[in-house]
Design a protein around this ligand. Structure first.
Ligand code: PNS
Length: 166
């Protein structure tokens, strides 16, 4: 695996559900890499009360990027360590969105741990558009569960799936 020649990148996360902020990071990644593997984790470091199961989350993202699917955006469900997925996909570059300084500690810890586990892994942090700097799946889930309007924060498809679920 060589980072310098990587044309693809892995964008891992829980995506429960995928928000406009996540979509923004995927679009930005497509400006930098030929292919983006959106990797939906079956186990997350901060597992919370879930809205969709991992299979459903992956299916929603596939539907969202249908035009790109099979070409530049590939959605993958994974179990186990992210570094093992990176080896399997021959893609040593991981992208994570960094919304605010508060994200930094957790993200930096993960990046260092992943590098410790596999020295060739590089983590790149992308800043999403400023309008998404407050946005998180956790808040979207909470607001929607309590009857709030989340239409500004997720795609219409995600909104529909959420209303069906709630
Ligand atoms: O969207 P999230 O919940 O912040 O994503 C966290 C995720 C899924 C990227 C992280 O928990 C992860 O990589 N899980 C896979 C298991 C693993 O490799 N754990 C060690 C991370 S240092």
């Amino acid at each position: 695996m060589s980072t310098t020649t990587s044309k693809s990148v892995i964008y891992p996360g829980s995506f429960d559900p995928i928000t406009n902020g996540h979509e923004n990071v995927i679009e930005r990644s497509l400006d930098l890499f030929e292919k983006v593997f959106v990797a939906v984790a079956k186990t997350s470091s901060h597992d919370k009360q879930s809205l969709f199961n991992p299979e459903e989350r992956a299916e929603i993202i596939r539907e969202l990027f249908l035009g790109q699917e099979g070409e530049r955006v590939q959605v993958i469900l994974f179990d186990g360590l992210l570094v093992d997925l990176a080896k399997e996909l021959q893609t040593p570059v991981i992208i994570r969105g960094l919304r605010a300084v508060s994200d930094f500690e957790y993200e930096f810890q993960m990046a260092q741990m992943n590098r410790q586990l596999e020295s060739e892994i590089e983590t790149i942090f992308l800043a999403p558009d400023q309008q998404y700097s407050f946005l998180s799946s956790t808040l979207v889930r909470e607001v929607a569960t309590l009857g709030g309007d989340v239409s500004d924060f997720v795609s219409p498809l995600v909104l529909k799936k959420m209303s069906e679920r709630l």
